[in-house]
Design a protein around this ligand. Structure first.
Ligand code: GLY
Length: 373
């Protein structure tokens, strides 16, 4: 006999786990299926920047979605802490977006203009003040300070989400979903290599692996892995970095344990390859040393890769596929899966409950996104 669930969530990354947890909080019986380990892919590989103002290059719905999710973060991590005892180490440390040429400075002033006009905080800091605030940095012409962008420890966040889903859902790890089949009377059979399960609703949140599962449902949903390589360094001699710093070649994200995450490459032609390569590490380290020469003797700690779920426009596709009632997606979060987890969890939950979305979420509905892309 197939096991029955109200909702089956496929994918145990930050998006899948947040969605499963939030849906379970509505009293539904949720099964979460993960092909590897919970949070074992892009989510725990992430640098954890909550760069709502950093990651978006123009005003509009995507910028608003990022701001909305950032505004949910404090309560999100506090709620997780209360039920799991794991602190995701949210740091309100702000981001310096550094300029090294007049062209870059001008672009950052433009960004400051539209962001402040929209009510966000953004401030130009001259090079001397940057050096005073962050003595390990040197050589920039100035920086745009985004004081409300923050960061979390992505590994701790995914660990706490893992505990939350284990408390509220049935969780199976190491399970490959092979197929999703609509049932004639409504609902879906989710087939795995060893078992099958029936769900009244199914949520596909399978990150870079989503495309294969969605192909039979004729959603022109091209989700491709975009490899990122990252590393961690530990400063010596009492050197430290307070703010996250970012330029076009590299970012440095200081963590509460004193380490700094250095990221990240964006490799579109590597498929599902996870090799850490010398050329990528060298280019990251070279770029890091250029902006932060004060960290030249920092200790190298570790390196790793993550496969971002890349959508054609870098924006997520969320919601119910209209031709397939009960089949929902939450895919394509690309560079912003950690940032967008809280709002995505709310969107998916509302979608599964059959409640209408507010206007501001509509542009990310899977049907509209597939028309845009
Ligand atoms: N959010 C940063 C990155 O994807 O590299």
């Amino acid at each position: 006999m197939d096991e029955l669930f109200d909702v089956i969530v496929i994918g145990g990354g930050a998006i899948g786990m947040t969605s499963a947890w939030r849906i379970a909080q509505t009293g539904r019986r949720v099964l979460l299926l993960e092909r590897g380990q919970l949070g074992g892919e892009a989510s725990s590989a992430a640098a954890g920047m909550l760069g709502a103002q950093l990651e978006v290059s123009e005003p509009g719905p995507f910028y608003q979605l990022c701001l909305e999710s950032r505004s949910l973060y404090e309560n999100f991590v506090n709620e997780l802490y209360e039920i799991t005892g794991i602190d995701a180490q949210l740091m309100h440390n702000g981001i310096f977006q550094l300029a090294y040429s007049e062209t870059e400075a001008q672009a950052l002033h433009e960004r400051m203009k539209w962001q402040t006009a929209g009510g966000a905080n953004a401030e130009w800091i001259d090079s001397q003040s940057v050096a005073e605030q962050e003595p390990v940095l040197s050589g920039c012409l100035g920086a745009l300070l985004l004081p409300d962008d923050s960061n979390v420890n992505a590994r701790l966040l995914t660990r706490s989400l893992g505990v939350a889903v284990h408390r509220t859902c049935t969780v199976h790890e190491g399970i490959h979903v092979t197929d999703i089949q609509p049932l004639s009377g409504g609902g879906y059979t989710v087939m795995t290599a060893t078992n099958s399960y029936i769900g009244e609703s199914v949520v596909v949140a399978a990150g870079a692996w989503a495309e294969r599962l969605l192909q039979p449902f004729s959603t022109p949903c091209t989700i491709r892995p975009v490899k990122g390589q990252l590393l961690t360094i530990r400063p010596r001699h009492g050197q430290r970095l307070r703010r996250t710093v970012f330029n076009d070649h590299v970012y440095l994200v200081p963590k509460r344990d004193g380490t700094i995450v250095v990221g990240a490459t964006e490799e579109r032609d590597s498929g599902f390859n996870r090799d850490v390569t010398i050329d990528s590490l060298m280019s990251l380290l070279f770029a890091a040393q250029r902006i932060a020469p004060g960290l030249h003797d920092a200790v190298f700690e570790q390196s790793w890769t993550g496969l971002r779920p890349g959508s054609p426009n870098g924006q997520p596709w969320i919601g119910e596929i209209p031709e397939y009632p009960g089949l929902h997606v939450a895919v394509g979060h690309f560079r912003n899966g950690i940032l967008l987890s809280p709002v995505t969890g709310n969107m998916v939950t509302q979608s599964v409950k059959g409640e209408p979305w507010p206007e501001r979420w509509q542009p990310f509905h899977v049907i509209l996104q597939s028309e845009v892309c």
